[in-house]
Write a new protein. Structure first.
Length: 179
């Protein structure tokens, strides 16, 4: 008769924000303006030529430019917020069933973070469940230096320092479940 341990811990933790530099802000504001201007041009073109709405997928370019402008513009608010609140609150869950663990987080993590958790976990098998709730990319320092898509200011709310904090907090909870 197998009766596995079943336990769960939910915890709110605070992680260090992605540090937006003034250069990042200026670049993002220029990109936001560029995309917004293109959006306005496309909108004007559609208003002047309503028959374009009969074309298949007529809305793709205008929508893309509007969304990109807003995406880049979001950095402005986060730049100001980081000055008064350098941390972001998130919620994580760790569920133990026998010798295995499921650990959740709201991010799309770069591979390194999941591997660090799995390598140091006391569980025989650890499943890192990502994008639980709304989330953004969680880049490593190497990815930020390389400037990859998921490692630039508009793509992430939490930066590499916060990623390390996520790993340590998750491991503390896992270890607590195996006492």
């Amino acid at each position: 008769n197998y009766n596995p341990v079943f336990s769960h811990i939910s915890k709110k933790i605070f992680l260090t924000r992605y540090k937006i530099q003034e250069d990042d802000l200026n670049f993002c504001l220029k990109e936001a303006e560029k995309h917004y201007n293109e959006y306005e041009n496309l909108k004007r073109e559609i208003e002047e030529n309503p028959e374009k709405k009969k074309e298949n997928r007529w809305y793709v370019e205008i929508t893309k430019n509007y969304r990109r402008s807003q995406w880049f513009l979001s950095v402005k608010d986060r730049y100001e917020i980081q000055k008064i609140n350098p941390k972001v609150e998130i919620e994580i869950h760790v569920l133990r069933i026998g010798d295995i663990v499921f650990a959740t987080n709201p991010f799309e993590c770069y591979l390194d973070y999941g591997m660090r958790i799995k390598a140091r976990s006391k569980a025989i098998q650890t499943f890192v469940v990502q994008l639980v709730g709304g989330g953004t990319y969680l880049p490593t320092e190497r990815a930020v230096k390389g400037g990859s898509y998921g490692a630039i200011a508009p793509s992430c709310v939490v930066g590499p320092e916060g990623g390390k904090e996520l790993v340590e907090e998750t491991l503390k909870i896992i270890n607590e479940l195996f006492k």
